[in-house]
Ligand binder design. Structure first.
Ligand SMILES: [Mg+2]
Length: 232
C-alpha cells in the first residue's frame, strides 16, 4: 500500500532546465565571462548534478582552475537571476501534474519533494506555481543543499523518507532523469519515470513504470509499482 509520492522538481514538476540554462548564460555575461552553454552542451552538463558542481566540471574539463570562491559567487548570481525569472514570469507545472497532485491529496497520500536544486529555487517555483501556501501541498521537502551527496546518491531520498517516517516501499518516486531514477532506487524507492525535454535520451530502465509525459500519471499506476524488495 503506497502512502506517499515523492516528486523530483526540475524536469518533473516543471520544465525548468531551459530557464536554468538561460540564467547560467546571463550570469556568465554579467561577470564578464565569454562562456555560453548551448542546448547540446547543457544536455551533457546535466549529467553532473548541482549547479556549483556543474560549473566546476565545465571549468576543469576546459583546463581551468575551479576556484570554489569564484564558483560560489557565480552560482549565487545565477540563482538570483533564476529565482527572479521564475517568480516574475512563473514557470507552469507540466500538464498532468496538478491533476495528479490533487487526486493524490484527495486520496490522503503524503506528498514530498526530493530535489537536487536549492531551497530558494524551490520556493520561487512552487510559490509561483501553487501559491504562497505551497508547503501545505508539500510539507516535506528535501533540497540539494541539505545533504552531503547529490543525486544519483540516495541522500536526499533518505532524508525525505526519515521526515515522512515511512519505509521506502511505502513510497513512489516520480523522476524524469537517469540520475533521479538511480537516486530513488538506491534509497529503495520504486520509480515512475516521466520523460522531459532534457531527459529524452536518458536510460530510465531502472523505473518500474515509464511514461512519455506527465499526463499519463494516475493513482491507478501506484498499484502497478512493485516494491523493490519483492523483486528478484
Ligand atoms: Mg529532474
Amino acid at each position: 500500500m503506497i502512502e506517499a509520492v515523492i516528486f523530483d522538481l526540475d524536469g518533473t514538476l516543471a520544465e525548468t532546465e531551459e530557464i536554468h540554462r538561460g540564467a547560467f548564460n546571463r550570469a556568465f555575461a554579467d561577470l564578464g565571462l565569454e562562456w555560453r552553454w548551448d542546448v547540446p552542451l547543457y544536455r551533457e552538463l546535466l549529467k553532473v548534478t548541482g549547479g556549483k558542481e556543474r560549473i566546476a566540471h565545465f571549468i576543469t574539463t576546459n583546463g581551468g582552475d575551479a576556484d570554489p570562491a569564484f564558483i560560489a559567487e557565480l552560482h549565487k548570481a545565477k540563482t538570483a537571476i533564476y529565482t527572479g525569472l521564475v517568480a516574475s514570469g512563473g514557470v507552469p507545472l507540466r500538464p498532468g501534474i496538478k491533476a495528479f497532485i490533487d487526486a493524490a491529496r484527495a486520496r490522503g497520500l503524503a506528498l514530498a519533494i526530493a530535489t537536487t536544486t536549492s531551497a530558494p529555487n524551490i520556493e520561487a517555483l512552487l510559490g509561483s506555481a501553487l501559491g504562497p501556501d505551497w508547503r501545505e501541498v508539500f510539507p516535506v521537502v528535501g533540497a540539494g543543499d541539505m545533504v552531503a551527496r547529490k543525486k544519483p546518491a540516495p541522500d536526499v531520498y533518505d532524508l525525505v523518507l526519515r521526515e515522512l517516517g515511512l519505509a521506502p516501499e511505502r513510497c513512489v518516486a516520480v523522476e524524469d532523469s537517469r540520475n533521479g531514477v538511480l537516486a530513488a532506487r538506491a534509497a529503495g524507492v520504486p520509480v515512475i519515470a516521466v520523460r522531459s525535454t532534457y531527459s529524452s535520451g536518458d536510460d530510465l530502465s531502472g523505473a518500474a513504470v515509464e511514461l512519455p509525459d506527465c499526463e499519463g500519471l494516475s493513482l491507478n499506476l501506484l498499484t502497478q509499482v512493485t516494491p523493490l524488495s519483492l523483486r528478484s
